[in-house]
Design a protein around this ligand. Structure first.
Ligand code: ATP
Length: 288
């Protein structure tokens, strides 16, 4: 795929933040989220999270089960409203949460964990749903929509399934179709919740390669990941959550270190060095 950072997103940053290359409060583009809080049933699930995801980078959102990764993605995407008025989410300097739904859908795509498609849709039709934010209300699919959907299917290696019903696909195949739908949306900001779930190791690396190419094209990518070694090999920047708070954030070499991981996950961590990439490879054992 070529440049998927859409004109719409560029216009948006221009409209809302005073020109191209607009930046967030800390002088960075990409996501700049401040004091993100979310409460449910009187329980504070996200407790004043500050998190960034730089543009042109693959950022990993890490943390144990229940630490708040999915919730943070949902709040950043506007699916859940923050529970604190102090919450601010800037994207390339624009107030992301202040946008109307339709405009937001032209800027960001969220691929949720175990997303389902209950409708009896073919794969191509499911991917074409990603084009809805780009169409006028009553218009049908245009040639451009089909071009974007076919390109997305090609990118994730699922062109051969285009005519199949989504319900007939395996879990891993379906996972890739959900990614294709998000790519067809041509977002400037792509957020994914466990995008490598259900995938074999080759497909996991393929997915991370797709995310890398998007980031190289200027898309801001933020993915919740459980596999810390995969994150270490593929992310430029990571944010580590625990109990709804950010414990550490930054380069994988600085964040994925024994003291921090032992503490957050309650395990013993050894950090090795990948012989080819020089990146951290993590080995875990139970705490004695
Ligand atoms: N709608 C809800 N009602 C009640 N509790 C919720 C709701 N949504 C999330 N939670 C709770 O908030 C906490 C964080 O959940 P979240 O799904 O964000 O964690 P996570 O880090 O994505 O976990 P996992 O790695 O297991 O997917 C959990 O304790 C969860 O039970």
């Amino acid at each position: 795929m070529t440049d998927v950072r859409t004109d719409v997103a560029r216009d948006l940053a221009h409209d809302l933040a005073g020109g191209p290359g607009a930046t967030g409060a800390d002088g960075q583009g990409g996501i700049d989220a401040r004091r993100v809080s979310w409460t449910v049933d009187g329980r504070l699930i996200l407790d004043g999270v500050d998190a960034t995801a730089p543009p042109g980078a693959v950022s990993g959102l890490l943390g144990p089960n229940g630490s708040g990764k999915s919730t943070l993605l949902r709040v950043l995407a506007g699916v859940e409203a923050p529970s604190d008025d102090a919450t601010r989410v800037a994207f390339d300097g624009a107030d992301l949460l202040g946008l109307g739904r339709r405009r937001r859908a032209r800027v960001l795509a969220l691929v949720e964990q175990d997303a389902t498609t209950d409708l009896p849709l073919t794969v191509l039709d499911a991917v074409l749903l990603g084009r809805i934010p780009h169409r006028s209300l009553l218009a049908g699919d245009s040639a451009r929509d089909h071009e974007a959907a076919r390109a997305a299917l090609e990118t994730v290696g699922t062109s051969a399934f285009a005519a199949r019903e989504v319900a007939t696909l395996s879990g891993g195949e379906r996972q890739r179709v959900h990614l294709a739908r998000a790519l067809a949306q041509e977002p400037a900001l792509l957020m994914l919740d466990e995008p490598t779930n259900h995938l074999d190791i080759a497909a996991q690396l393929d997915t991370m390669r797709v995310l890398r190419r998007l980031a190289d094209d200027g898309v801001t990518v933020l993915a919740a990941l459980h596999d810390l070694s995969l994150a270490a090999q593929t992310c430029d920047h990571v944010v580590l959550l625990s109990g709804g708070r950010v414990v550490a954030a930054g380069d994988v070499h600085d964040v994925l270190v024994p003291d921090v991981l032992d503490d957050v996950y309650g395990v013993r961590t050894e950090v090795l060095t990948h012989p080819r990439t020089g990146r951290p490879v993590l080995a875990f054992s139970p705490r004695d």
